[in-house]
Design a protein around this ligand. Sequence first.
Ligand code: UD1
Ligand code: CA
Length: 468
Amino acid sequence: MSETQLQVIILAAGKGTRMYSSKPKVLHELAGKPLVQHVVDCAKALNAESIALVYGHGGEEVKKTLSDEALTWCEQREQLGTGHAVQQAVDNINDSADVLILYGDVPLLRKETLEELMQAKGRQSIALLTANLDDPAGYGRIVRNSENDATAESQLDWPIERIVEEKDASGLIKQIKEINSGVMVVNGDKLKHWLSKIGNDNAQAEYYLTDLIELAVKEGETVKSYIVPDNKEIEGINNKIQLAELEREYQKRQAVKLMTKGMTLRDPHRFDLRGELEIGQDVVIDINVIIEGHCKIGNNVTIGANTVLKNVTVGDNVEILENCILEQSTVADGCFIGPFARLRPETQLDENAKVGNFVEIKKSHIAKGSKVNHLSYIGDTEMGENVNIGAGTITCNYDGAHKHITKIGDNAFIGSNTALVAPIEIGNGATIGAGSTLNRNAEEDKLTFSRAPQKVINGWKRPKKNKA
Ligand code: UD1
Ligand code: CA
């Protein structure tokens, strides 16, 4: 790779009318991340010296959402074409830099492809990323000249002469299947020079960035090109159908990567990763699992259908059954969770803890071997080891104004349907009788309950319906 400085300009001023949304197009999300963020991340992966974002509609919202100090923001007040858009960003371009132009609504472009493009440019002034499409309709066509190069092995080696936009194309040119992806890399000084010369005398009365090519050729330059290996990489998003298509494509790529590392996906078409996932060995994921943020899963872990993990760390030998939601939680080795369990933020399960069906746990620490198996709410709780929480136990952590802590000692046994009114402490080895409501601490190793004594009412009769 050359030592030349790389500066990136991302065009993102388009309206996105066909999204039918109040949100700027480039903020719509693919795999949980704004479209334009994918492009920014790709530019960063190339170690770009600077990244300029040309924005128009909804600029403030885009700035706020990305909130990235590393970006230079360039407003394009009126969308007068791609050439005009690039013009808004040239002030910060150095003459000696390589300038890479990307689109904010083309999220699947890979760093490796751009490296190939820059390689193809070599010492020349300009190189284009092109593609061969069966259906090239709508795209600018790459016009190559057969006369200047008799040594060419194929048409794709013929020198590039110009780009003709679909709307300006004759019937013959429309038959060309090699298209302009819009992505190009140009020397900084040449870019500024050629941009100053482009006009808007064309079918759309726009300043076409693509006019650079003809200008370059006229000045005796050789325009280099690289053909994108996978056409999906250059697809832009203009509507919700394309958004959904590229989402699936992106998910497929991620699924393939994970399966290559040994993860079992029951159905890769029904797996969504919206963030990053680190995996150990023998991880098995059933259908419709969604993984968000940064998640880490250890060895020998099974995750049941319809489960959602967001910013979760899972140890080894863990089984998570169907329909669970885990967020910002840590699950140690040997835990068993679900079905229908919810771990809310700041939950920590130590080794071999069990959380069963219809249990919600929030901001709590459950130590080794403790079990909360059925229909419970545990919030703001510090729970010791080998505790057994009976079905329907509730920690009443909220008094309407403040949250309070519940402490439950090692080996405590909480009978079913108990309400623990916090702040409260249950001593080690304490047993709480079922159906109790406790608002004072329970002593170690004692049986405590607050249930009303059972009575029998003699002579009572169940009411009967009057006959009409
Ligand atoms: C452009 C190319 C065409 C290429 C196609 C690939 C030109 C003249 N044409 O066509 O050769 O095949 O992309 O998709 O360059 N944008 C702005 N400001 C503007 C106009 C556009 O920021 O004033 C941005 C858009 O937000 C978008 C990108 O530039 O991200 C491309 O704009 P779009 O209107 O899609 O370009 P096309 O006319 O389709
Ligand atoms: Ca387009």
